[in-house]
Design a protein. Structure first.
Length: 331
């Protein structure tokens, strides 16, 4: 079967500009208030009505109905979902209107196992787009997908990430997952008036509620960093090209490797991952940790040590590191 993952970088640029000639607006960022009120003129929405369905319980679940609408109560989003495919050259199609979001039909349907992809515009010359406030979402916020059979799939946000388009982690965003997950994608970051494009993408990661609740329970029982890393290793078991830690003592003996190159390891109680330098800069600036120093007195440019107290989930960060390792292996 051909690889139907879109050319992420091409798609990423496309979200900033509408084909009809309207260019993306400069996004004015405001500090998020402590109570996170909705924007003026945009009311918080109630959750949609209809039966809430759980993730597929078996290895061969019944087919998941087609998604028809998206509701994100906290940020006032309620939109029909159009279908999107691939354009010439492998770029992901984007909605022709800034007022609606679209589901990429080459990804799983929301509620099926895998990463369901939904994209929308942040803005245009005429004003805010459907995903203008996407960056305000936080871990624990709810997202609802209504399906063609009248049922609703409820998802819970696990992470909100901003990626430079030049370092978009394709495998992390579009790659396979062991459960029913959702990716909401738009443009963000700084705006380049010379090109009419935003320089980054905002990606919201969400997991269907039954699984999200399970993970919250795991966190509630106060897993140690060592236990979290052991769980992380389990998640990468069987991943293509990944070598699991051989065990034993000594630097790097507990590391995850891709084609013999370390991309994640556990050092002095910290998850340490290899990422592009600009991405490490973003994480450090966000207060999530620091550049890794292997006791040589010089922090390493492409190695990031995650603070155990950070709210960032470990698995997406490790997947991002694996994607970076794969990209280096092909260069």
């Amino acid at each position: 079967m051909p690889d139907r993952r879109p050319a992420a970088i091409i798609f990423a640029a496309g979200l900033a500009v509408i084909a009809a000639g309207t260019a993306g607006l400069l996004l004015t960022r405001h500090p998020t208030p402590a109570m996170r009120p909705v924007a003026a003129g945009v009311a918080a929405l109630p959750a949609p009505t209809g039966p809430i369905v759980a993730p597929p319980p078996s290895a061969q679940p019944a087919p998941v109905p087609r998604p028809v609408s998206l509701t994100i109560p906290l940020i006032g989003v309620k939109t029909q979902l159009i279908t999107l495919g691939l354009a010439a050259g492998g770029a992901l199609q984007v909605p022709s209107s800034t007022a609606v979001a679209g589901w990429y039909t080459g990804s799983p349907r929301p509620g099926a196992v895998g990463s369901a992809i939904i994209v929308g515009h942040i803005d245009s010359l005429t004003g805010p787009g459907v995903f203008y406030r996407l960056s305000e979402l936080r871990q624990g916020d709810d997202v609802y997908i209504k399906r063609a059979d009248g049922t609703t799939a409820e998802f819970r946000v696990t992470s909100v990430q901003t990626y430079l388009k030049d370092h978009f982690p394709t495998q992390t965003v579009y790659g396979p997952t062991p459960d029913a997950e959702l990716r909401l994608i738009t443009c963000g970051g700084a705006f380049d008036p010379a090109t009419g494009h935003y320089l980054s993408n905002i990606v919201v990661y969400a997991t269907q509620v039954k699984l999200a609740a399970c993970r919250a329970a795991c966190e509630a029982r106060a897993m140690t960093p060592r236990e979290r890393y052991e769980d992380l290793v389990d998640e990468f078991t069987g991943a293509d090209g990944v070598t699991l830690p051989p065990g034993g003592s000594g630097f790097g003996r507990g590391a995850l490797r891709y084609r013999r190159k370390i991309f994640a390891m556990f050092v002095r109680g910290h998850l340490v991952v290899k990422l592009p330098g600009p991405r490490v800069d973003e994480l450090v600036a966000g207060g999530h940790g620091e550049r890794f120093d292997a006791n040589k007195g010089t922090p390493m440019k492409e190695w990031f040590s995650l603070d155990p107290g950070s709210a960032l989930p470990w698995t997406p960060l490790a997947r991002e590191a694996l994607d970076f390792a794969r990209s280096q292996a092909t260069n």
